[in-house]
Design a protein around this ligand. Structure first.
Ligand code: PHE
Ligand code: NA
Length: 446
């Protein structure tokens, strides 16, 4: 065997796996609407700053822990803590991560179900000739129909858990990453089309000319949460991948590649979507429906629009499928660690997520006005709290563990870089990432 070739292929496999976890609803659905709700360019500046100062160094910390521990997250944390002479309670961080992904998957599955609905409608030519208002009205009618929404949520979760139970996630990962370039290409095409519309100028201004007066502590908190969410950092989900990472691969380079890809997918989606928003005179702060009411209109303008729209939703579904498999995996692994068989663990997780997901489904009809906390309904809560509080808190603990608890030699070996690079990374983590997370959490919450 050619050793160089072998190393190349594993290096590539690792980056593809992490990209599969990262690219999903966070880029194409969440990024545009959250940016729209938080003032546009100023939010984008904050989000990119958080990706660089927090997302990237903490992503490296998370993967590094998995790589050094060579075990499932809970076990890796317990083992490394024991070796460092620290409390074994660090393993609870793995449990906290599993709880975080549980909450996230409950709405992720519901929103991916919306993509199923739109895919089917697009395939049947259901968007042909519709005005912006008609697309919006159709989406509202769909949201108000809990049975249709439950059907799609069930179907998506079933697709996810079937793959998880069979343990064929790796194969699907590869399929997804063959299709990822196609998704990217479609987004480039859409952005190019957007450049020909009169919404393009206002969209660029909205995205890239910051009005810093729009920034409040809460906007900063939203930006930080989104940076963690979109990179899939803070829930110990990437820690699991680290365990399989080859010895001689530069972790920082792999993490940087994923971040660049993830941010650029989000930017392309943002350009396409906001061009439609401004050329149609829509509200950028429209909320979670933003992507769903803009894309059918954008594609309708293109030749073969109905076909491209179907392809787009299919690719989006594949991207969210691999993300949701990655969301489910840590929970199943945790239950397995507690003695469950794989099939049983998958069933328990699937049923629990399905039930909690019904709260998100009903938040658009029967439970719309049920606001148990902070004046938010169940969907608002589950799309906000886990992302904006649990992920940063998890990321903070991961950073503390890697930068302060793990012995230097061990951390450096797992990071796989020379001394100056290691010192830079650990200095950023210790004196920028950790204090920044604490300050933003405190300012946003107090
Ligand atoms: N990063 C994924 C997305 O952008 C969501 C995700 C969050 C996946 C946390 C895994 C863990 O859609
Ligand atoms: Na993402």
């Amino acid at each position: 065997m050619n050793a160089t070739l072998e190393r190349w292929s594993t290096r590539r496999a690792f980056i593809l796996a992490v990209t599969g976890a990262a690219v999903g609803l966070g880029n194409i659905w969440r990024f545009p609407y959250i940016t729209g709700e938080n003032g546009g360019a100023a939010f984008l500046v904050l989000y990119i700053a958080f990706v660089l100062l927090l997302g990237l160094p903490v992503m490296m910390a998370e993967i590094l822990i998995g790589r050094a521990g060579r075990r499932a997250p809970m076990q890796a944390l317990g083992y490394l803590a024991g070796q460092a002479g620290a409390s074994r309670h660090w393993r609870l961080l793995g449990l906290f991560g599993a709880f975080t992904v549980f909450c996230i998957l409950s709405f992720y599955s519901v929103v991916s179900g919306w993509s199923i609905e739109f895919f089917v409608t697009a395939v049947n030519g259901g968007f042909v000739g519709l005005s912006a208002a008609e697309v919006g009205a159709g989406f509202e009618a769909f949201l108000a129909d809990p049975l249709r929404m439950t059907f799609n949520h069930t179907l998506f979760l079933f697709m996810t858990m079937t793959v998880v139970a069979a343990g064929v996630a790796k194969g699907l990962e590869r399929l997804n990453n063959l299709l990822m370039p196609l998704l990217y290409l479609l987004l480039v095409m859409l952005a190019l089309y957007a450049a020909t519309t009169d919404g393009f100028g206002p969209a660029l201004a909205w995205l890239f000319m910051p009005d810093f007066s729009a920034i409040t502590p809460l906007v900063v908190l939203h930006a930080m949460g989104h940076a963690f969410f979109t990179l899939a950092v803070g829930a110990c989900a990437l820690m699991a991948y680290g365990a399989y990472m080859p010895e001689h691969q530069s972790l920082p380079r792999a993490a940087a590649a994923v971040a660049v890809l993830d941010v650029s997918v989000a930017l392309l989606a943002g350009i396409a979507i906001f061009s439609v928003v401004f050329s149609q005179g829509m509200d950028p702060g429209e909320g979670p429906g933003l992507m769903f009411v803009t894309l059918p209109i954008a594609f309708a303008e293109l030749p073969w629009g109905a076909l491209w729209l179907s392809v787009f939703f299919l690719l989006l579904l594949l991207a969210t499928w691999t993300s949701s498999i990655n969301l489910a995996e840590p929970m199943v692994a945790t239950l397995q660690g507690l003695g469950f068989g794989r099939g049983k663990a998958t069933a328990v997780v699937g049923i629990a997520v399905w039930l909690v997901g019904l709260l998100s489904v009903l938040s658009f009809s029967a439970l719309a006005e049920w606001r148990p906390l902070f004046g938010m309904n169940a969907f608002d809560l589950v799309t906000t709290i886990p992302t904006e509080i649990f992920l940063p808190v998890g990321g903070l603990l991961i950073a503390i563990f890697a930068a302060w608890v793990m012995p230097k030699a061990e951390a450096q070996a797992a990071l796989g870089v020379a001394e100056p690079g290691f010192v830079l990374w650990r200095t950023v983590l210790r004196w920028v990432s950790i204090p920044l997370t604490v300050v933003v959490l405190a300012a946003g919450l107090l």
